[in-house]
Write a protein that binds this ligand. Structure first.
Ligand code: ADP
Length: 498
């Protein structure tokens, strides 16, 4: 049960069903109320018409020849051509037949008129009852029930009362003389029709709801189909099958875009795993060499008694191997710290000129030993950074320029500022780098000439470390090189204003 509510398909279905149910219910209720009110309104209109006709029939209809006696005539206003004020009353504007200018019809005339109207009213499915001012029942249509009580409430002709009583719709009216009339209609047949309509609306709504739910289920199933495919592929990849990819052919929607992003991510992850494995293999390989040196030297020396000189030689070889291992382990630690962001030391104001010249001071003896000329063009260049790390960058680049140079070669080092950047350039006219090696020289453990660098204790980590440091300083490290002609490495860092 719990898993049902975790399923997107079920959630979509439940929401869709709820919304559909609310819409359909509101529609059905509104339609039902509109129809019912419309029916009641129509009944009310007919009740009013009949009540008005009944009141008219009960009024004195014959005008007194010559008009009302002078004492009862009201004074006319200027421009008035009709006698007396006209009352606005239920049934419309007309001469006031209850007024003094008219006389009563005879009871016979009234009886005939009411009988005629009764037939008309009965034909409409209604009935009427008439009481005199004293409450005596005067007339009632043949189909009127006897149980209708005399309306004792205060009534005026201009305000008829419409009400529903015991399943009947009634209009209660009175004239000035106190005659009271009720015209009523039993609403049971009308309401039965409305209820039938409500039932039909309900059934149709239920049908539409079921159809909507079925369509919703089908659409939800289709919509989440790609998710099932994505999770199945992701499961295979998690199980170790890194070559798996999500099939994105034939669709171009949000899911296929997601699948493409995931495929790219899977590709990157696969490449990262491969690099990681390669890195571990390279690191092990690099460490194995000095360890083998230590083992073989010690085994060979211990195989028999040696002279002090031979022991010394062995210990010196072990020391060199240990130094090599320490260098390698330190490089690996630096890389690990840079990768984890641990090396993001608080930046301080530094001068790249000073940092570079400190590195050059360390390397000058090596350059002299190799007869490499150092040409310097160092200008003050303020930047924010870690002087130790930036010094390592300068040392790596200059030591490479010395190491991969030719006898009596030159290394040109310059520090300049340009707009918002400071630039360190190390240019040599040494052996250069082949075009096919250039894209890889910043990779870890990559050496263009393996035999040459390893013999000199180079592990292929110097440029990788330099690049990682420069990037943590939000800078760039670029290389231009031509085989046999030399290389130029350029570091660009954001300049520190002031
Ligand atoms: P290494 O410790 O082997 O010097 P680096 O990462 O510093 O490792 O350099 C990677 C490779 O790039 C080197 O093995 C070398 O082949 C090449 N390289 C680096 N600097 C230069 C240079 N100035 N001239 C020619 N080749 C270079």
């Amino acid at each position: 049960m719990n898993s049902i509510f975790k399923s997107i398909r079920w959630r979509l279905q439940v929401w869709h069903g709820l919304i559909l149910l609310i819409v359909l219910t509101s529609f059905c209720i509104t339609a039902y109320l509109l129809v019912r009110d419309n029916r009641v309104r129509r009944v009310d209109q007919r009740l009013q018409q009949h009540a008005s006709a009944l009141l008219d029939a009960m009024r004195p209809m014959e005008p007194i020849p010559g008009g009302p006696p002078p004492e009862l005539q009201r004074p006319r206003g200027p421009g008035q051509d009709r006698p007396g004020p006209r009352g606005r009353r239920f049934g419309g504007d007309r001469p006031d037949p209850d007024g003094p200018g008219f006389r009563m019809l005879t009871p016979e005339h009234l009886g005939t008129a009411l009988a005629l109207l009764g037939e008309k009213i009965a034909a409409d499915g209604m009935h009427f009852t008439v009481w005199g001012p004293d409450g005596t029942l005067l007339e009632r249509s043949a189909n009127a029930p006897e149980s209708i009580p005399f309306p004792s409430e205060v009534l005026t002709e201009t305000t008829p009362t419409l009400r529903t009583r015991e399943g009947s719709r009634e209009i209660v009216v009175a004239n000035r003389r106190g005659f009271r009339v009720i015209v009523a209609q039993d609403m049971a047949p009308e309401l039965a029709e409305v209820r039938l309509l409500a039932w039909r609306l309900g059934m149709t709504g239920l049908g539409v709801l079921l159809l909507g739910l079925a369509c919703g289920w089908w659409m939800a199933t289709r919509a989440i189909q790609p998710i099932a495919e994505i999770s199945s592929t992701a499961r295979k990849i998690a199980a170790g099958n890194l070559d798996e990819r999500i099939n994105v052919t034939g669709t171009d929607n949000e899911f296929s875009q997601l699948a493409q992003v995931l495929n790219t991510t899977f590709g990157r992850l696969q490449a990262a795993f491969a690099r990681q494995a390669e890195f571990t293999a390279d690191a092990s390989h690099e460490l194995r060499t000095p360890v083998s040196v230590v083992l073989s030297q010690t085994q060979m020396t211990l195989a028999k008694d040696r002279t002090p000189g031979e022991y010394r030689e062995c210990i010196e070889a072990c020391q060199r191997a240990a130094q090599r291992m320490r260098q390698l382990v330190e490089s690996l630690l630096v890389l690990a710290r840079l990768d984890s962001g641990e090396a993001d030391a608080p930046r301080e104001h530094c001068d790249l000129k000073r940092i570079t010249s400190d590195s050059l001071d360390l390397l000058r003896p090596i350059a002299t030993a190799r007869q490499i000329a150092l040409e310097l063009d160092l200008l003050p260049a303020a930047c924010l950074g870690d002087p130790g790390q930036l010094g390592q960058v300068a040392t790596n680049l200059v030591s490479n320029a010395i190491h991969y140079n030719r006898p009596a070669g030159t290394v040109h080092v310059s520090v300049t500022t340009e707009n918002q950047i400071v630039r360190l350039t190390v240019r040599d006219n040494g052996i250069g780098i082949a075009a096919n090696d250039l894209p890889h020289i910043f990779d870890r453990f990559y050496r263009a000439d393996k035999s040459r660098s390893r013999s000199a204790g180079h592990a292929g980590l110097g440029l990788a470390i330099a690049k990682a440091i420069v990037e943590t300083h939000r800078g760039t490290l670029e290389v231009e090189s031509e085989l046999g002609r030399g290389s130029t490495f350029t570091v660009r860092l954001p300049r520190q204003a002031g």
